[in-house]
Design a protein. Structure first.
Length: 289
């Protein structure tokens, strides 16, 4: 290309000649111009083809990215729905587990050596008859009574809880009412406590929400367990659901209640489940509070 430019300069510097000499110079310039253009096109063509290929690749990448984004959004929604179903199934399993334990009560505080020379079921049956103050005759009231866990050197230091299973729900409920009225019951020389026999998941949830429940109770806010894993709070004709510690903290904030001291840490923002149902008549509903 440098040689071609040099020839053009020589041709331009040449002494002007009339007629055919001028035509020859012009022809030479045309040929040089055509050669330069051909060489330029030869250089540009691969670049243009490469740019076209890059543009095509970019379009394919954009389509792939759009497809991946759409798939990710779809998968995210599927995962969200599956998580909701999983939570629902877990709650139903806990509900069923609690229903199977409905006829049970947990007795705490009975000394280990109490039943050494007696049948535990008969012993607990006699005690239950004595505390409800009714004559039940020879009718059995318990199907079984047993202690939780194995007796080891570690457990000898304290008495293991006793699970009693009632044959009739009304007798179980009478024991619960007596326990509520008296707070602590007497078994021989020892004070004992009576608790519902809850599934492990339900016990874990109650421990998790213990401070939330205490704050609601201190403020006189009505609440009740609508399932083993959920609490319904009623306030000013609105009902709110508490299903974990974070939602409980948000409910306390919404009701302008103080955060429990032991839970004074940043709360993860979660959507409050607001149930637009009127507040139930406390005279017709058994509320815990």
């Amino acid at each position: 290309m440098a040689d071609a430019v040099g020839e053009i300069e020589i041709a331009m510097d040449a002494e002007a000649t009339p007629g055919s000499d001028l035509m020859k110079v012009l022809c030479r310039i045309d040929k040089l111009e055509g050669g330069l253009l051909e060489k330029f096109n030869g250089l540009i063509k691969p670049i243009t083809e490469r740019l076209d290929q890059l543009n095509l690749n970019l379009q394919q990448v954009a389509k792939t990215a759009e497809s991946a984004h759409s798939m990710a959004a779809t998968n995210s929604e599927v995962i969200r729905v599956l998580k909701i179903k999983e939570d629902h199934l877990q709650e139903q399993m806990v509900i069923q587990a609690n229903r199977s334990r409905f006829f049970n009560l947990k007795i705490r505080g009975v000394e280990e050596n109490t039943e050494e020379n007696a049948d535990l079921t008969a012993l607990m049956s006699e005690w239950i008859v004595s505390i409800i103050g009714e004559e039940l005759g020879a009718m059995p009231i318990l199907s079984q009574a047993y202690r939780l866990g194995k007796l080891t050197n570690k457990t000898r230091a304290f008495s293991r809880d006793i699970i009693v299973t009632f044959l009739q729900a009304d007798i179980r409920n009478q024991v619960v009412e007596v326990a509520k009225d008296k707070g602590a019951l007497q078994f021989g020389k020892n004070k004992v406590q009576v608790f519902p026999d809850l599934a492990p998941e339900a016990l874990s949830k109650r421990r998790e929400l213990k401070e939330i429940i205490a704050t609601l109770r201190d403020a006189g806010i009505r609440f009740r367990w609508i399932s083993p894993l959920k609490i319904q709070v009623s306030h000013k004709m609105q009902s709110y659901l508490i299903h974990n510690e974070e939602s409980g903290l948000e409910i306390l904030q919404l009701l302008h209640l103080p955060k429990p001291p032991r839970m004074d840490r940043p709360s993860v923002k979660r959507k409050i489940q607001l149930v637009n149902t009127p507040t139930k008549d406390p005279k017709k509903t058994s509320w815990s509070g």
